[in-house]
Design a protein around this ligand. Structure first.
Ligand code: GLU
Length: 428
């Protein structure tokens, strides 16, 4: 069978292709972009890639670099270290507004230029060249291939970067920027001039969606707390001064750039990149925004379109047949607080008729720490009540790292039944 997904993407391009907006012209090199280009790529967290249209055409990454440089700086300085220097509040202003928070003196967030300039300066590296190298190497690992800087786009922007230079001098004057302001603008402009395709961007976004592990290379590139911070700031500040509209209409953490790209990272699902150079008044690709609106609606991608996780975590419970029966609680999916709570509640409210209880985690593919702690506490309390508890857990999801002491873990219900009169752990 041929997958219907590429055909669907072609249809999306077709239906979102009407002309509107204008190509950015404040950077001479961008003014020359072919306005007709239109491409899309969707990369799933398990490494499947679907592309349509001009998905392999390269363009400069521009502001879509900001979340990734922020990620590198967070990895280098820690979340708290970055919070001291760059805020996380939406500014409600245009990307190139010369603004600092009057109370703290910090740029309001890392997605506007003031914050992105400072963020670039905070990436590890003993000098400007080393920082630029760290950024290029980091982006290449997120994309899964060696990226390069478009030198002519860089010169074209740097020669007219007066506004960004003004901002960097302001950052220096207010004491928040430690390096030389001109060097920082040079490094930031280089960062914006790295060339990428939709395919690269979708992979970079999918690395965020996959909690920091590259979907294809399986390399862990960022820690979960860093990814959470980056995606939160993308969600609240990523779409210039249209972040509120984006949140309500699309609901995917995203970032756009003046070259006409828009990236989105949907936690646990996909990275998406769209490219079409004509921009709206906020500076985001007109067709790019349209495509995201369409995908979000068609594919249920809005983050606030809440999964009924709690209700579906407990698949069911039953008493096994035969003498020496066991009450089995079958769980499924991704167990966080609300899911684990439904299991805990069912166990707490049950009138057990058996002396043995089994927690079946065969279908649980991810157990969050809170879910683990709640289930372990259930085991402890059931045992205090005098019941033998068995854990059906072929993948060993439940035992805390390094210690399964005292837990009776088995691979299948057959093994539980076979244990017969050995009820597993009983209370002392
Ligand atoms: N290099 C651009 C600038 O700083 C990036 C702008 C953007 O993509 O929003 O002006």
């Amino acid at each position: 069978m041929r997958s219907p997904i590429p055909d669907y993407l072609l249809e999306v391009l077709d239906s979102c292709g009407a002309d509107a907006g204008a190509v950015a012209d404040y950077i001479p090199e961008l003014a020359a972009a072919n306005p007709e280009r239109f491409g899309i790529c969707v990369a799933t967290v398990d490494g499947a890639v679907y592309a349509a249209g001009d998905a392999d055409v390269e363009f400069t990454i521009q502001s879509m670099s900001k979340p990734f440089t922020y990620a590198l700086a967070l990895a280098d300085r820690g979340v708290a270290g970055m919070d001291e220097r760059v805020g996380v509040e939406p500014s409600g202003e245009a990307f190139n507004e010369i603004s600092l928070d009057p109370e703290t003196g910090r740029p309001r967030n890392a997605m506007i230029n003031a914050g992105a300039l400072l963020t670039h300066s905070l990436v590890d590296g003993e000098d400007a060249a080393a920082r630029s190298q760290r950024v290029l190497a980091g982006f290449s690992r997120f994309a899964g291939r060696d990226l390069v800087v478009d030198e002519s786009a860089f010169s074209s922007e740097f020669a007219s970067a007066h506004r960004n230079l003004g901002m960097a001098h302001l950052l220096k004057a207010s004491g928040v920027l430690e390096c030389d302001p001109v060097e920082v603008v040079e490094g930031y402009t280089r960062q914006c001039s790295i060339t990428v395709s939709c395919r690269d961007l979708a992979m970079m976004a999918a690395t965020l969606a996959n909690a920091g592990t590259h979907p294809l290379t399986q390399e862990r590139l960022l820690s979960r707390p860093v990814v959470r911070q980056v995606m939160s700031v993308m969600m609240t500040c990523g779409m210039y001064d249209a972040a509120g509209d984006w949140m309500t209409d699309v609901g995917i953490p995203a970032k756009s750039g003046v070259s006409g790209g828009v990236i989105g990272a949907l936690p646990g699902q996909v990275g998406v990149a769209v490219f079409s150079p004509r921009l709206d008044t906020h500076g985001s690709s007109v067709r790019g925004v349209r495509v995201f609106e369409r995908l979000s609606g068609d594919m249920g991608m809005h983050l606030m379109d809440v999964a009924q996780e709690g209700r579906s975590a407990l698949r069911g419970s039953y008493v096994s047949e035969g003498e020496d029966a066991v009450t089995v609680y079958e769980m499924q999916g991704d167990l966080r607080f609300s899911g684990a709570e439904t299991v805990v509640r069912a166990i707490a409210e049950a009138d057990h008729t058996t002396t043995r209880v089994a927690l079946d985690l065969t279908r649980v593919y991810r157990l969050h720490d809170v879910g683990r702690r709640m289930l372990l506490e259930c085991v402890r309390r059931l045992e205090l009540d005098g019941r033998g508890v068995l854990v059906i857990d072929p993948e060993h999801t439940l035992p805390p790292a390094g210690s399964s002491d005292g837990l009776h873990v088995v691979d299948s219900l057959e093994e539980v039944v076979a244990r017969g009169t050995d009820p597993g752990r009983t209370s002392p």
